[in-house]
Design a protein around this ligand. Structure first.
Ligand code: 1KN
Length: 482
């Protein structure tokens, strides 16, 4: 199609005028008025959130009656995520829904779980209290479909919360709003009967969450899931009251962006683009590529070790991430200002599979040596990303950590500090804390020279001590010839 030039120009003019008008509207703070949008703009600044922000590494545990089927039925492997197996056409609902009458995890030992997590170096746990199937790992008073009605009987949520809390690991409770077991659950509200039924469901959800917050007051937050359906999106005002109610029960409670909807049905971000909840909770099995992708929001990435699947599956499908790959993801997330959470799916007897035990042990050995680059660390503003690895900024001033994953054959790491920053010392945090040669080159770039025979068997950390000098003239580097 040919459009005469003069019309194109006129179009550009109109687009320009519209953009300008929008710009004026925004600068004058003209926003869509919302009663149930975000109640804060920008990150939380209180101590509980500072703690959350500094975790670096967390553990997720998915456990429920789905573990009994082990991701398979009658000899066939389920290609989906093992905790979703009830939705597989091969599995009759009646079979799945009676599994709990045989749930008896004789090897379950919450203190052993917490000990493994402690050794691994995680600083928080997110634990499934109830997944989409509706089965409750605590003896909820609001349904019979709970641990109390299994041969095991013990309150698993309590044992986990207590053991981890005693080990100094903060606990967050995963809770699926979507509940396949509750008669009032609806995907959509098509008529008044749906709304009446869904109101009973909302009351049930309110009751269960109040129960969890009251029974386990040492928890630091909730992790919501199963909130993507139309019925829930139409419940914006309810989600708002629920969030405020839970926060009134436990001061400092941290809740991600998946619980809320605004009154227009927007999730995560309200109609004005402000994040609802304390951190962005959309990074499931994916990691942002850049700081711009996360803006100024707090965020967390949750990750499976196999390709997909959170509950126990006998056969892990696809590529299993190695400990070094998981550490690289951890470093990447922290360098972009987020936390990284690795999922474990215990077996039906309550023990972890050997692959998970080994993964935890290997990550723990590395964390013991190198946690200074992961804990209480964030995005190193102004430091250019480099191909050899990741740069993190600890909370101390004048310190930077380099986490090296790919050692250049030339054994020289290039870094480019922000304008005005000088590197005064570079210390290899292994090999007897060797001080490394620092060679400033042109354009404000600096070479850090590794020992000639340096042969890293695993990723390692270099600590930089820096100085800030306002007056230093740090000229721009060469521009790409575009
Ligand atoms: C793409 O659809 C989904 C729906 C639910 C993908 C994942 C999930 C659930 N969230 C993870 C944290 C697991 O609990 C998974 O079952």
């Amino acid at each position: 199609m040919h459009i005469p030039k003069k019309y194109l120009n006129r179009h550009l003019l109109l687009v320009g005028m519209a953009a300008c008008w929008l710009g004026i509207a925004q600068s004058q703070g003209q926003q869509i008025p919302l009663k149930h949008g975000a109640h804060r703009s920008g990150p939380r600044t209180d101590a509980a959130m500072q703690t959350w922000r500094g975790y670096g590494l967390g553990q997720f545990i998915h456990w429920g009656v789905y573990a009994m089927l082990e991701g398979a039925y009658q000899g066939k492997n389920y290609a989906g995520a093992a905790e979703w197996i009830r939705a597989w056409k091969e599995v009759p609902n009646a079979v799945y829904d009676s599994l709990y009458t045989r749930f008896n995890p004789s090897a379950f030992n919450a203190r052993a779980w917490a000990a493994m997590a402690k050794q691994m170096g995680v600083r928080y746990l997110t634990f499934t209290t109830k997944h989409h199937d509706g089965f409750c790992l605590w003896p909820s008073a609001f349904t019979n479909y709970t641990i109390a009605n299994t041969p095991f009987k013990r309150d698993i949520v309590k044992e986990v919360v207590d053991a981890y809390t005693q080990a100094g690991i903060d606990v967050y409770l995963y809770f699926s709003v979507l509940d396949w077991n509750h008669p009032g659950w609806r995907y959509q509200l098509k008529n008044s009967n749906d709304s009446i039924a869904f109101n009973t469901f909302k009351q049930f959800t309110w009751n269960q969450l109040t129960e969890l917050a009251t029974r386990y007051p040492s928890i630091k937050g909730f992790w919501f899931d199963g909130t993507w359906d139309e019925s829930w999106k139409k419940s914006g005002p309810f989600t708002d009251s629920l969030e405020q109610h839970l926060k009134s029960l436990i001061p400092g409670l941290v809740i991600g962006s998946r619980l809320r909807a605004d009154e227009l049905g927007n999730r995560h971000k309200d109609a004005n683009g402000n994040l609802m909840g304390d951190y962005e909770q959309g990074w499931e099995r994916k990691i942002p590529d850049s700081r711009t992708a996360v803006g100024n929001n707090d965020w967390e990435c949750v990750m499976t070790i196999p390709e997909n699947g959170w509950g126990y599956a006998k056969k892990w499908m696809g590529h299993w991430k190695t400990p070094v790959e998981l550490l690289e993801m951890t470093a990447k997330c922290v360098s972009l200002g987020g936390n990284f959470v690795i999922n474990f799916g215990p077996m039906a007897n309550g023990a972890f599979r050997p692959e998970e035990e080994e993964t935890a042990a290997t990550i723990g050995r590395w964390m013991k040596q190198n946690h200074q680059a992961i804990y209480n660390s964030s995005w190193a503003s102004g430091w250019a990303k480099q191909d050899w690895g990741y740069i993190t900024q600890p909370r101390q001033p004048n310190k930077i950590n380099l986490i090296v994953f790919n050692v250049p054959v030339a054994k020289t790491l290039l870094v480019k500090p922000p304008k005005g920053t000088t590197i005064v010392k570079a210390t290899l945090m292994v090999a007897n804390k060797t001080a490394l040669t620092i060679k400033p080159v042109d354009y404000g770039e600096v070479q850090i020279i590794l020992p000639a025979k340096w042969n890293a068997a695993e990723p390692f950390v270099i600590e930089l001590q820096t100085e800030f000098n306002q007056k230093q003239n740090n000229a721009e580097g060469p521009k790409a010839n575009t």
